[in-house]
Design a binder for this molecule. Structure first.
Ligand code: SF4
Length: 240
């Protein structure tokens, strides 16, 4: 690996604190095969969008913020879906690890092929979305089978990769007790999960959809109150 491989990137965020442990340099990669109804970044869907960078350029950008990373922080590849460009992502992580920078993959877990497994060899930490707890909802509101992220999670567990689960709570879709119970079962079966974050559904992204001329599927659904999310988070912690 020489860092020359090119990848398409939507944007960068310096000093992020929400996308992995500690302070992160976050890379929003271009391309996603899913079409989540609650997606906040529809501008990243098209793999031919964004701008091209070499893996070496991305690793060098991350290195500039090294002094802020401390012992927990580092680079996060997010998106979009980083697994759409697995060879590029693997090379960015490999270069970062050579420089002593921690690596975090933020993914929907929609692929688990050999290229993905190679990327996971260089992944210190994973942020995995478990969006719903039934296959029906996954297929309808995300565009893949629930077996894909669950299979991905099994692999993370088998390989001892520390993982944070995230779930956006959407009124009427996954805010019920049945969803919480299923999520708790998933958490208990995977000791690699060190934390689960429930997040409130927000509609700040509606203007992005308008700009792109794409219908926002959840335009008529109310935003989720933080109080509801906090109550669910508390309940979840009691049953896990
Ligand atoms: S996986 Fe992420 S980027 Fe892709 S559609 Fe879903 S929320 Fe959007």
């Amino acid at each position: 690996m020489d860092g020359a491989i090119k990848g398409r990137i939507s944007s960068f965020q310096t000093l992020g604190t929400l996308d992995g442990p500690g302070v992160r340099f976050v890379v929003f990669m271009q391309g996603c095969p899913l079409r989540c109804a609650c997606c906040h970044n529809p501008e990243t869907w098209d793999l031919s969008g964004g701008k091209e960078y070499t893996a070496a350029e991305v690793a060098a950008k991350a290195e500039r913020y090294r002094e802020y990373f401390g012992k927990d922080g580092g680079i996060t590849l997010s998106g979009g879906e980083p697994l759409m460009q697995p060879e590029f992502a693997a090379e960015v992580f490999w270069l970062c690890k050579e420089k002593g920078i921690g690596t975090c993959l933020d993914t929907s877990g929609c692929f688990l092929d050999e290229k993905t497994k190679r990327l996971l060899e260089y992944t210190d930490y994973c942020m995995l979305d478990i969006k719903y707890s039934t296959d029906e909802k996954y297929r309808k509101y995300a565009g893949c089978s629930i077996s894909q992220p669950l299979g991905f999670l099994d692999y993370l567990n088998a390989n001892g990769i520390p993982t944070r689960i995230r779930q956006v709570i959407i009124s009427g879709l996954n805010d019920g007790d049945d969803n919480l119970k299923s999520l708790a079962e998933i958490i208990k079966a995977h000791p690699c999960i060190e934390r689960t974050e429930l997040l409130a559904f927000r509609k700040l992204c509606a203007s992005k959809y308008q700009k792109l001329g794409i219908a926002f599927p959840l335009a008529d659904v109310d935003e989720t109150k933080q109080k509801t999310v906090s109550e669910l988070q508390e309940k979840l912690e009691k049953i896990t």
